[in-house]
Structure formats: C-alpha cells, structure tokens
Design a protein around this ligand. Structure first.
Ligand SMILES: [Zn+2]
Length: 492
C-alpha cells in the first residue's frame, strides 16, 4: 500500500494466546449470526462438547485436564474459526483506513495476524481505543510486548510527539516488524528482510551440509536440487511481491553455495561461478514468481480486491509496473501493455521474460570480455550453458580442479590482481610467469605428470576438455600436489 507524500500509521496487533482465549459460547453465537446452518453449528458444538488437553514437559506428558475456552490445538478448522470469530472487528472499528475505489480498507486480517492502518496518528489512536472495547466484549487479550506501531514514510525522522497508548500503556514505535514471515521496514524497502533471509538460508545449508557431502554423489544436479529446496526456497519467500528487483543478498546466496560446493577461492569472479555451472541468476527465478503472481491476479474476477489494487498500481505507475514498461520499451512490445488485461499481458510477459533471460546471459558473457585478469577464459567461454565436466561422472574433487584451472584460479604465483608480486615460477629456472599455461603445458619440473596427449596441444583445447576431462583433472591433482611438496621443502 503506497500513499504519495503521505505517511501510513500502522498498528501490528499480537493477541496473547489468541487461539486459546476464544470464548466458545461467543463463537457459536457469532457463527449463527453469520448464518451457519443448525446442522453445522450442532456438529461444531459436538466437537467442542468435551476437549481435553495435556502438557508435554521434560519428564513426559502431564495428566489430562478439561478445557472450556479456545479453539482446538492443531485442528485444521481452528484458523478458520478464529478468522470468523474476529470477522466483525472490521465492522466494529469504523474509523481510519484508506479508501480505494470507494472501499475503505482499515485493517489487514490474516487469522490472528492483524494490522490497523490510518493516515493520521490521532485516528490510529481512536482505532486502538476501539480495539480495547472489542477485546473486553469478546475476551481477547492484546500482548503489548509484541504489539507495535510503525509509521511508514518515504524518508525523514519521526516526530517525537507521536505517542500511542493501549489502556494507558505506551505502545512501542518500531522501524521494523515481521508480518506473515516478511520483515517490513518503515521505508518500505526489502533490504533488511533479505539480509535476514540470507542468514536463514545459509544456516539451512550449513545444517544439511555434512549430509550433502556424505552423499558423495557424482550427479551435480542433485546438489543443486538440495540447494533449491533448502536455501532458495527460504531466500525467495514472498518474491511474488519483490521479485522484479535484483537484490545482492539473493545472488550472494547462490554464489556462496557454488563456492562452498566446489571449494572455490573466495575471490573467484562472480560471473564465472554462474557461467561455468550454467546456473541462472536467482533474479530470473524471482522475476518468474513475481510475474506469475501478476498473471494470477489478472485472472481473478473484476470485483476481487487484489485485482483492483493491482489496477491502482498500474494507474499510479508503481515500481513493479515501471519495471515492466522499461523492459517492454527495450524489447519493443510496450503497446501490448496499453490495456492491462490477461489476454494481451500473458503473451507479452512471456516474450519479455525471454528477452530478459537472454539479456542477463549476454551481460554475463560480456563480463568475460571485460575481465582483465583471465585472458584464457575469454577463449574458452564464448557461449551460455553449463560446462560438460559437471555432467561427466567426475567426483566433486575432480570437478574442482577443472573449475580452478579453467577460471585461472589455481594457487599459482601468477596473481595479476596483485600487480606488485613476483609472478615467476618457483619450480623451474626459466624466469617466466607461473600462469595456468606454464603450469599445465610448459614447466619442465612437472614434465613427468604430463600426459603424452598434452604434447603439441594448445592450452585452449586442453581446458576445453578435448583431451578428456579426466586427464585434465588427474594432471592438475598430481601436479598441484607435487608443487606443494616442492614449495614446502624449499621454504622449510
Ligand atoms: Zn616452472
């Protein structure tokens, strides 16, 4: 919800033990007032005639005891019953809110997650006062420790004079609040939410990490499937809303995983991680979620509120719509968005998606050409697509050696990103840079490990797997090992 130049005052309500405090007589009364049939009501009354609970403790279960209030724990009906129990709240609170197409939206209700919204702080206080009366009437308790006020605004400091009270007690004003699993901030930016999700997703990966590697699978796809289900799903939660924007924490997660899986050096260029594995930026995934959500909403009936809100977003040129128009302008199908209806938008978004995918891939390939420190990579990476060695039945260790050789990230003396270092080979006395070509093809000290197939081959053909990937991996493994041995001896 966005209001130009204005502020949105919001009260996020937390009920103490919401489901447990529902008054059952009141519930049946409210349900019958809503017009539920006697048959339904009788059935419900039967379910609730006798409810027993027990408490699970360190030393096992407690004895059973009867309960007379609350909806049943873990019952699939309970969220619905609670929703219906507080459904009249929006009639009871008849002030505040914002008007859209003649409809007043005063609060957002999702079971016991409820938010009041108002354009003025005094009106929000009136709403809070009315909530207090409502709670008295229906035996609900507001948990003040977890209920907070937030003032959404474009920027600027908050006036000290804003104060809100519930039954005389001061309500804390916060700049962040987690609602329905998403951390909202007062400026409406998602950065803080994504940083938190990145930490959660990494935690998820670290938790399953040992198990992943115990697999010792030679099918690299299976590792990426684990990534998608344990980490990507956390990171991309609610991407339906924010997915049209590119966010650094989101892309970081995928790069973190690729580096960890293949134990690649921390300074491996980002574009190489994606180009070698053939994984698309996660942005292309979140964009798909976001646009599917738009198409879903467009397909709803005209009187559905989310569809009305989306049309308002179009009319007011909200950022998600500007994003579509910017790319449609580049792609040349802008006119297909003139009327925002499903029959023209669906094929137009499909075209636009393909356009953005190819643009993103081209951007990555362009980075190869712009890279200063990886000259060989320019010759071996010229088109999009995961490299064959990932699907060639190699071990992760073998893949790692090839990955490092191709990206010129082997631990050799040639490190052009440290221009003042001495790059010369320490193994031989040729006084030449110890780069990937010298290491693989030229250094006389490593001669005995070199396959006969390498003689008269170019570095490009070897790094392209022309002499088989296995041969390359074996050579790098043995030669690196021997190099370490000699360097340690020299230094020791
Ligand atoms: Zn050498």
């Amino acid at each position: 919800m966005s209001v130009p130049r204005g502020k949105v005052f919001a009260f996020f309500i937390d009920f103490s033990a919401a489901f447990d405090t529902v008054n059952r007589l009141s519930l049946i009364y409210k349900l019958s007032a809503l017009g539920l049939s006697t048959k339904c009501l009788d059935a419900l009354a039967a379910i609730y005639k006798k409810t027993r609970s027990k408490v699970w403790t360190k030393s096992g279960y407690s004895d059973c005891f009867d309960t007379v209030t609350g909806v049943r724990q873990g019952c699939i009906l309970s969220p619905l019953l609670f929703t219906l129990y507080v459904n009249d709240l929006s009639d009871y609170i008849d002030v505040g809110g914002f008007q859209f197409n003649g409809v007043w939206i005063r609060m957002l209700l999702y079971a016991d997650d409820i938010v009041f919204v108002a354009s003025d702080h005094l009106i929000l206080q009136q709403m809070i006062d009315k909530l207090s009366d409502y709670c008295d009437l229906w035996d609900l308790r507001v948990n003040l420790n977890k209920s907070k006020v937030m003032v959404f605004r474009k920027k600027g400091r908050l006036k000290k004079s804003f104060k809100f009270y519930y039954r005389g007690e001061l309500i804390e004003i916060v700049s962040e609040y987690k609602y329905l699993g998403v951390k909202f901030t007062s400026t409406g930016k998602f950065g803080s939410h994504l940083d938190a999700q990145l930490a959660n997703a990494k935690l998820g990966l670290n938790t399953v990490y040992k198990n992943i590697f115990y697999l010792q699978s030679r099918n690299v796809d299976s590792y990426f499937r684990v990534f998608d289900s344990v980490a990507r799903s956390i990171m991309c939660y609610a991407a339906q809303v924010w997915g049209f924007q590119e966010f650094e924490p989101v892309e970081k997660l995928l790069r973190f995983f690729i580096k960890k899986l293949f134990r690649m050096p921390y300074n491996t260029p980002n574009y190489m991680l994606l180009l070698e594995t053939g994984r698309e930026p996660l942005f292309l995934f979140t964009l798909k979620l976001h646009w599917s959500f738009i198409l879903h909403t467009l397909g709803l009936k005209d009187n559905r509120f989310s569809k009305i809100m989306m049309q308002i977003g179009v009319n007011n040129n909200h950022s998600w719509f500007r994003f579509i128009k910017d790319f449609a302008g580049q792609c040349g199908n802008l006119q297909q968005f003139d009327s925002f209806n499903v029959s023209s938008v669906k094929p137009a978004l499909e075209d636009l998606y393909l356009y953005i995918v190819s643009k993103k891939k081209q951007d990555l390939l362009d980075s190869v050409m712009l890279g200063q420190f990886h000259p060989i990579y320019k010759e071996i990476k010229t088109e999009w697509g995961g490299e064959k060695y990932f699907s060639d039945n190699l071990t992760l260790r073998e893949i790692r050696f090839i990955f490092m050789a191709r990206t010129e990230m082997l631990p050799l003396n040639w490190k052009p990103w440290f221009p003042n270092n001495n790059f010369n080979c320490t193994l031989c006395n040729l006084c030449v840079s110890e780069n990937v070509k010298h290491f693989i093809l030229d250094c006389p000290i490593l001669k005995e490990f070199r396959s006969r197939d390498f003689v008269n081959s170019s570095i490009v053909s070897i790094l392209s797997g022309k002499k088989t990937w296995k041969l390359l991996a074996n050579y790098v493994s043995l030669a690196l090992n021997y190099r370490t041995l000699l360097v340690d001896e020299f230094n020791g």
